[in-house]
Design a binder for this molecule. Structure first.
Ligand SMILES: *[C@@H]1O[C@H](CO)[C@@H](O)[C@H](O)[C@H]1NC(C)=O
Ligand SMILES: *[C@@H]1O[C@H](CO)[C@@H](O)[C@H](O)[C@H]1NC(C)=O
Ligand SMILES: *[C@@H]1O[C@H](CO)[C@@H](O)[C@H](O)[C@H]1NC(C)=O
Length: 495
């Protein structure tokens, strides 16, 4: 990588916002994230059980770009020291990673705890702490143990109890050293991408029923895992637990689409936030009404959105210690015209809402098909959350940009700078309490359906090389500098 290219990004910054104060508040923390299946590899090491992603990629390799899979991925299972080393090189305050449920509990149940599996995460946690990096754990990032899938997975209400049992094992193993937790990562992806489109494991298409069953059970599972911590572990360990929802920002295409845009926000964000963060709990009223009507129109005799009992509403309501969310991109939405056909959500349309997605020309596309750059979206998203649910401590648990590779990733630096600038505005002008920013991702990894084709990493990984050599991109040097200076005002001569 060439240091000369560093001149470019600071020059651009000076032109666009030079006079402003670009420093972050004291105590603001920067991190980076990964997920187990995307980096670990070692899918069959020691007594690890099979996960739904192992099954999904092996059963039909054609499901993934270039028939890629996560069998080896970044080989992080065998090269954990290298990940810790680059996290330290960046100067991260914390590292957010997920645990492979089937690595710790090979059967999915707590009847068998894998010593080698549990030790892997001990090595990671202890190695991070030795470098002064706080471990931030995600309990579930999409890799359900296959034996639980065989019993219905997220469509079975008992998943909430199974997840609670798993969570208790994990808090017992690591709670003494880990103080920040997320239960589920982006359940909207687990439920909608799996059941509407079948493009993610377990690849079951059941857009009416499966999607909403999964939605409800994810809420119950999160709540039970939160309450286990709150009751059994928080008194001695004083850690904090929440959920990381995926929020896409929706804007109306024209004024006539304002109500639709709100419906789209409720459908995507509200279904996963309202039960937890709203004062009254349960589903958003507008979604309950819409899905009742859609259910009748499609000949169902009860709503496809399963109701919460009063007891379940109370179980889920208030189960957070902070408000975490992942954010990447935005959409414009308009009402569909008579007879217009739909492509599938979330890459295309919002058929459930009778909405069509439009992307304005000035939102630059990124390497992934679903991805367009709209920095203002993250601030608007934050303001909407405050307006809907009230004031919270907010943590951005993922944000980052896809490219097709290359070490001189000016476009990624631009992306981070522009999105972080909006976060600064939200803190300084809107008065929001945003305390953590998590870049996705530490290093290139297995990007689900896109395989290794799409790159999100600060570090490039050579997937042809058995050593999976990691090399810093320009953006790695930039992020390191931002963390060091605690400011977006980073100058070239120091780089
Ligand atoms: C693990 O899977 C790999 C393929 O990724 C295979 O070559 C190897 O034999 C398997 N190891 C065991 C112990 O089954
Ligand atoms: C639908 O449910 C109602 C009661 O909610 C019942 O009266 C009706 O017979 C049911 N229809 C069918 C086809 O099962
Ligand atoms: C932000 O939230 C944290 C955690 O609740 C709290 O300690 C801090 O005082 C808050 N900061 C502001 C500026 O409200």
């Amino acid at each position: 990588m060439s240091w000369c290219s560093a001149v470019v990004f600071s020059a651009v910054l000076a032109v666009s916002w030079g006079a402003e104060d670009l420093s972050f508040p004291p105590g603001f923390k920067f991190g980076a994230a990964t997920a187990a299946y995307q980096v670990e590899g070692a899918w069959n090491a020691s007594d690890k059980g099979e996960s739904i992603w192992d099954r999904f990629v092996h059963e039909d390799p054609g499901r993934i770009f270039n028939q890629n899979n996560g069998d080896i991925a970044c080989d992080s299972y065998n090269q954990v020291e290298k990940d810790i080393e680059i996290a330290a090189e960046l100067g991260l305050h914390y590292y957010r990673f997920s645990l492979a449920w089937s690595r710790i509990l090979p059967t999915g149940f707590p009847n068998q705890i894998s010593k080698e599996g549990a030790d892997y995460y001990n090595r990671l946690i202890d190695g991070l702490l030795a470098k002064g990096i706080e471990p931030f754990i995600t309990l579930y990032h999409w890799d359900l143990p296959q034996p639980l899938q065989d019993l219905g997975g997220w469509a079975n209400p008992l998943i909430a109890d199974w997840f609670e049992d798993y969570a208790r094992v994990v808090y017992t193993l690591y709670g003494d050293r880990v103080k920040l937790w997320v239960t589920l990562n982006e359940p909207v992806v687990t439920c909608d991408l799996c059941y509407i489109m079948g493009i993610f494991a377990p690849g079951i298409v059941s857009p009416d029923v499966g999607t909403y069953l999964c939605n409800k059970h994810a809420m119950l599972a999160h709540a039970k895992a939160w309450r286990v911590y709150d009751e059994e572990f928080k008194p001695k360990y004083h850690g904090r637990v929440s959920i990381a929802n995926h929020l896409l920002w929706f804007e109306p295409l024209t004024e006539a689409d304002t109500e639709l845009a709100d419906l789209a926000r409720q459908h995507l964000a509200g279904r996963y936030c309202h039960p937890i963060y709203s004062k009254e709990g349960g589903w958003p009223a507008s979604i309950e009404k819409l899905l009742e009507k859609n259910s009748r129109d499609r000949g169902y005799n009860r709503s496809i959105l399963p109701t919460f009992t009063q007891e379940e509403k109370e179980l889920v309501r208030g189960t957070y210690d902070f408000f975490a969310f992942n954010h990447y991109t935005s959409r414009k939405i308009r009402w569909a015209k008579e007879g217009e056909t739909f492509s599938q959500w979330p890459l295309g349309d919002a058929e459930e809402l009778n909405g069509k997605i439009e992307i304005p020309e000035h939102w630059t596309p990124a390497a992934a098909s679903w991805f367009f750059v709209n920095p203002d979206g993250i601030r608007q998203q934050l303001l909407w959350l405050k307006e809907q649910y009230g004031d919270f401590e907010f943590m951005i648990t993922e944000n980052g940009m896809a490219t097709f590779g290359g070490l001189e990733d000016h476009d990624r630096i631009n992306f981070y700078r522009e999105y972080l600038k909006q976060i600064l505005i939200a803190i300084k002008e809107d008065g929001l309490n945003i305390t953590h920013y998590t870049a996705w991702t530490l290093l290139d990894n297995f990007e689900w359906s896109d395989g290794y084709n799409v790159k999100f990493g600060f570090y490039e990984v050579d997937f042809e090389d058995p050593l999976r050599t990691r090399r810093p991109r320009l953006s790695a040097h930039w992020y390191k500098k931002v963390i060091q200076e605690h400011s977006l005002d980073v100058t070239n001569d120091e780089l």
